[in-house]
Design a protein around this ligand. Structure first.
Ligand code: NAD
Length: 368
């Protein structure tokens, strides 16, 4: 039987509560469908700091590196506000991203019909939306050197960040976007600022060349990133896959995500390069939201972002497309049935707890 290894890092705050609902799905799939998931669990963030004095231990880091995929909950909370900078909860997530070399961040923006009225945009603009933002995650202005504040000696200081991209970094993120587009509506829109940035000129050239060399069957368009921001709120359904750099991707993916409603609904995936021997990519899946200390421990967090992150894991790490589609359909079904956690509450809906929402999704999946 195939075994599929999953390393679970629930983290802090609502992380463990939402991960528990994914564990129910994993147990169901193992028991009823012979899915063969083998899970192990570790500590990350504040809970790891309390246990080991660091945001993730070397032993858990080794397990994350060895697993087929990592499921990550959330980290942080006021309890750890004063821990030293190197040991702060977020350092655990940053180390995972760095050591696993996760250069591609995938953020889908999907509008569930039942939640279309919760968007700040009109229903016809948003209903049926299904786009994917592919953001370069390990390069660009957040990491480029020099990165410094210098004292100019005349009462002035100068802050410098450096936007820098090499050909290979653009080629590999473009490749991810084109390959994903082939599994969707086969369209990629690349966004940069080639009108004012040299890195944008190179980005445009390399994406164009990568397309011509390997992905000519995919429809490619280019858009300036500022215009892309406008188009995302004007008519987002024109897009399928958007590929962009670290800085623009950070902003555009937040804009796209908020088109569809609550933080409690938003999944993400971060992927590394394929292993030359096995073809497998290192991968980490996590909700976009944080540890929500204001509602932690109350059993009222929305588990859908975590569950949808698991669906992404099935799709991208295990090619279990049918199962991923069935989980997404189960989420749509319970929303259609009017079940709501507090963050997505609407008129006439039925309030449910984290566990009730998870149980309903497992039941809808089992019936689907
Ligand atoms: P947050 O995402 O934790 O919460 C923002 C608001 O959204 C809160 O009101 C919260 O109750 C609500 N919310 C978030 N997820 C929800 C869910 N699943 N269901 C219902 N409501 C939900 O962001 P924040 O308050 O800015 O940060 C809280 C802590 O989380 C901080 O320590 C921060 O550093 C950390 N954080 C961690 C991550 C991560 O682990 N990747 C990301 C962002 C923030």
């Amino acid at each position: 039987m195939t075994t599929r290894s999953l390393f679970l890092l629930p983290g802090d705050g609502i992380g463990p509560e939402t991960m528990a609902e994914v564990a129910k799905l994993i147990d169901h799939m193992n028991a009823k469908e012979g899915a063969g998931f083998v899970t192990d669990q570790g500590l990350v963030g504040g809970s790891a700091y309390d246990a080991h004095g660091e945001a993730i231990s070397d032993a858990d880091m080794d397990k994350a590196m060895a697993a087929d995929a990592v499921l990550f909950g959330a980290v942080g909370g006021p309890k750890w506000d004063d821990v030293p900078y190197e040991q702060r909860p977020e350092a655990g997530l940053l180390r995972l991203r760095k050591d696993m070399a996760l250069f591609a961040n995938l953020r889908p923006a999907i509008c569930y019909p039942a939640l279309a009225d919760a968007s700040s945009l009109k229903r016809d603009v948003i209903e049926g939306l299904d786009i994917l933002i592919v953001r370069e995650l390990t390069g660009g202005v957040y990491f480029g050197e020099p990165k410094e504040i210098t004292d100019l000696g005349n009462g002035q200081k100068r802050g410098v960040d450096t936007q820098v991209y090499d050909t290979f970094e653009i080629e590999r993120i473009a490749g991810v976007a084109f390959e994903l587009a082939r599994t969707r509506s086969n369209k990629v829109c690349s966004m940069e600022k080639r009108n004012v940035m040299k890195s944008g000129v190179l980005w445009n050239e390399v994406v164009t060349a990568t397309h011509a060399a390997h992905y000519a069957d995919v429809e490619l368009t280019h858009m300036l990133a500022d215009a892309g921001g406008m188009q995302l709120v004007r008519w987002p359904k024109q897009f399928d896959v958007i590929v962009t750099d670290n800085l623009f991707g950070d902003m555009l993916s937040d804009v796209a995500a908020m088109l569809t409603g609550s933080l409690g609904m938003l999944p993400s995936a971060s992927l590394g390069a394929p292993d030359p021997a096995t073809g497998k990519r290192k991968a980490l899946y996590e909700p976009v939201h944080g540890s929500a200390p204001d509602i932690a421990g109350k059993g009222i967090a929305n588990p859908i972002a975590m569950i949808a992150s698991f669906a992404m894991c099935l799709r991208y790490s295990f090619a279990m497309i049918d199962e991923a589609v069935r989980i997404e359909a189960a989420v749509a079904k319970v929303l259609d049935d009017g079940l709501r956690t507090g963050d997505i509450m609407g008129d006439g809906a039925r309030p449910v707890s984290t566990a009730e929402m998870g149980d309903a999704i497992v039941a809808a999946y089992a019936a689907g």
